[in-house]
Design a protein around this ligand. Structure first.
Ligand code: SF4
Ligand code: SF4
Length: 168
């Protein structure tokens, strides 16, 4: 039986020195460096956070918000579907009766732990009332203590949308 022996790459003395490979890599680095010095428009690295990205797409799942009726009241009917669907179990709701004609219940408390959230969007998909969305475009949220990441109903209802998305 004819056995074809294939020479193992990188086994020569020159390969084992690594110096030619290092020089080749540095050559590529300096080629890009000198090119970018002459023309900075090709540099794709952004000086974040001084420069903020402007190409956040409409479908980006940012920090949540609770949608509102025209009178400013919440659309949420405290059905717990979002909390049930949430794989991270980071939605906490306390329901109370509602005395207007919009629904039977509303959330007395609605909290999301953003440190536990995995931004999967299941809560948005599960909601039968389009009451929770992740279309704020907010991708960065910083705080100096863990409890500030536990955002409440007040925060979620007044969450500024960074982009002008339609409620329709
Ligand atoms: S995005 Fe996912 S993990 Fe975050 S609150 Fe919604 S369902 Fe839970
Ligand atoms: S946000 Fe939607 S799914 Fe969650 S409790 Fe309110 S109405 Fe139900």
């Amino acid at each position: 039986m004819g056995i074809k022996v294939i020479k193992r790459e990188g086994s020569s003395f020159k390969d084992k020195l690594y110096i030619p490979a290092i020089i080749g890599g540095l050559k590529t680095t300096f080629k890009h460096f000198s090119k970018n010095l002459k023309d900075t428009s090709n540099i794709i690295t952004m000086q974040y956070p001084e420069v903020q990205p402007t190409d956040v797409t409409d479908r980006y799942r940012g920090i949540h918000r609770l949608t509102k009726w025209d009178d400013g009241s919440e659309k949420c009917v405290a059905c717990f579907m979002c909390a049930t669907a949430c794989p991270a179990e980071c939605i906490f709701i306390e329901a109370e009766e509602r005395d207007d004609d919009k629904a039977e219940k509303r959330p007395a408390k609605f909290m999301i732990d953003l440190l536990e959230c995995v931004y999967c969007g299941y809560c948005v998909e599960a909601c039968p009332c389009d009451a929770i969305r992740m279309d704020t475009g907010i991708f960065s949220f910083t705080a100096d203590s863990r409890d500030k990441f536990l955002v409440d109903k007040d925060y979620l209802m007044n969450n500024e949308r960074s982009k002008d998305f339609s409620d329709d």
